[in-house]
Design a binder for this molecule. Structure first.
Ligand code: SAM
Length: 301
């Protein structure tokens, strides 16, 4: 998806004097790792709705600027929201804006560095940073609880393909869903007319993309349309009787459970991982090549 150009060359900007004593930041205000530019309202709304944000969620905006994403999350989606912002003046502005919007209780701000902040409780992470910063944060984001949603403005996450990409009024917004670890070997059991159907699954995973095979006695067959979204997994295969069986389930640690549908109807299935889960492909630090590509993509805008 082509990205609209946004100037990111950061020159410290001089703050305009306002009529009263309240500090008013200027667009392009110098920031620690990236300058301040606000995400347009329409894209804020789109990012938060792509994330499926709701009252049960805890959102964190990494580099929260004037607080608009955090405030929209609290005001329009009733979420608990936190902004992490390095610039103390911007923290001041965002707290004032939250108060003006009447959401100070649900919209909080802390002064800090996004590379030192801990946010394990977050169920949604928002970012409008730079390609290289996204990549540097990627291992930490991928290690969050499966199902955590990450939304960004303008910049993607390199080899980790988004689950959804949108253009809203010509601005790009992306969504990722942190995948569970589905990799390795699984012993699968499912009911089969009074007996137990058994298969050995072998699943390889890179980011949220999975592929694999099922071994049923003398038969080995590929998994048909394997999909992973957070904890949810789906796949199918044609069994040794020549019958299509479709599996929809959830992964919780070393266990998988859900519903299998075949010609005779639906029933429950379970699976247990055999041995240790391999690390998810791509979950380590980005390669220098990827970092170089991110820097080059930005330079080319
Ligand atoms: C492009 S603005 C995005 C603001 C807001 N998230 C939005 O989308 O409207 C990036 C913000 O990150 C802040 N920032 C830059 N480096 C940071 C760091 N290392 N830790 C915390 N905040 C940082 C900047 O001060 C700026 O306010």
């Amino acid at each position: 998806m082509p990205l609209p150009a946004v100037a990111y060359a950061s020159e410290p900007a001089v703050d305009a004097a306002s009529g009263d004593d309240a500090f008013e930041p200027q667009l392009g205000r110098h920031g620690k790792d990236v300058m301040w530019l606000p995400t347009p309202d329409a894209l804020v709304a789109r990012m938060l709705s792509m994330a499926g944000l709701g009252p049960q969620d805890k959102l964190v905006d990494l580099g929260s600027g004037d607080g608009k994403i955090v405030i929209a999350a609290a005001r329009d989606f009733q979420a608990q929201a936190l902004g992490v912002e390095f610039d103390p003046k911007m923290v001041e502005v965002s707290r004032r804006n939250a108060q003006d919007a009447g959401v100070s209780e649900r919209a909080r701000f802390v002064q800090g560095d996004i590379f030192e902040a801990e946010f394990p409780q977050a169920t949604v992470v928002a970012m409008y940073l730079l390609p290289e910063l996204n990549l540097r944060l990627r291992p930490k984001l991928m290690a969050m609880a499966p199902g955590t949603r990450i939304v960004t403005h303008q910049f993607d996450m390199g080899r980790w393909q988004p689950d959804e990409a949108s253009l809203m009024a010509n601005r790009a917004g992306y969504l990722w869903i942190v995948p569970a670890n589905a990799g390795g070997q699984w012993q699968l059991n499912y009911p089969l007319e009074g007996e137990t159907g058994q298969a050995r699954l072998d699943i390889a995973q890179i980011f949220q993309k999975i592929q694999g095979s099922a071994e049923l006695g003398a038969l080995k067959t590929t998994l048909r349309q394997p999909r992973l979204s957070g904890e949810r997994i789906a796949f199918a295969f044609t069994d040794a009787r020549g019958e299509l069986r479709e599996f929809n389930g959830v992964i919780q640690g070393e266990r998988m459970r859900g519903t299998v549908t075949g010609p005779q109807g639906s029933a429950s299935f379970t699976a247990k991982r055999i041995g240790a889960a391999p690390p998810i492909g791509g979950s380590g630090p980005p390669s220098q090549q990827e970092l170089n590509a991110a820097a080059a993509a930005l330079g080319g805008e």
